[in-house]
Design a protein around this ligand. Sequence first.
Ligand SMILES: CC(C)(COP(=O)(O)OP(=O)(O)OC[C@H]1O[C@@H](n2cnc3c(N)ncnc32)[C@H](O)[C@@H]1OP(=O)(O)O)[C@@H](O)C(=O)NCCC(=O)NCCS
Length: 185
Amino acid sequence: MERWFPIRTARLLLREFRASDEFDVHEYASDPIVSQFDEWGPNTPEKTSERLARHLREQERWPRQEVDLAVELLSEQKIIGSTSVWMSDEKNRTAGFGYTFNQRYWNQGFATEATRALLNSCFQSFEMHRVWASCDVRNIGSWRVMEKLGMRREGMFLRDKFQKGVWRDSYLYAILADEWQSACR
Ligand SMILES: CC(C)(COP(=O)(O)OP(=O)(O)OC[C@H]1O[C@@H](n2cnc3c(N)ncnc32)[C@H](O)[C@@H]1OP(=O)(O)O)[C@@H](O)C(=O)NCCC(=O)NCCS
């Protein structure tokens, strides 16, 4: 399969990482609010550097099971977040995804815009049958993005993840290819 990125949307470019992205990436990765519902973070400068170096190494391989993309805000030529998609079950054509954005750019529809483009690629370019994501139940912004995109809440898992010293509850959201096609009509 050909590389299905970069992807351009009205305001964003989803592209591979560059070494020069480090300052922008660290801006959001070092913010404790941004990583409050995740197992990683807040990052030290060393951790961001290490993580970016790993992305750069992984980007040399194609095809690969997981694709991490930087999200560039075209008007500012700035990385305002990142998004990942991975093949979680190849036999059943199922992929999972995640996203992280700089707090200064929240609630302006950027995650929804980037994820819409990502879902389009999942269903059109690599013909997934089902795409899912999970989030902490307290992460309203995250599950709102998924609901705006037409994803269904398939379940709630009680205390399924031990993160930052507490057991958290998670929602699982998913969408099937035919549901995505209907939502796009
Ligand atoms: C989750 C996240 C990616 C959303 O990014 P975003 O660019 O702000 O998302 P959007 O602007 O596309 O949509 C957010 C929606 O949530 C709503 N929202 C956010 N916080 C809310 C709250 N506390 N109460 C009610 N609605 C809320 C916004 O109003 C918006 O909905 P609307 O368009 O209907 O008004 C961003 O908050 C983030 O990076 N968080 C930290 C990392 C993270 O938690 N990643 C997900 C891990 S599962």
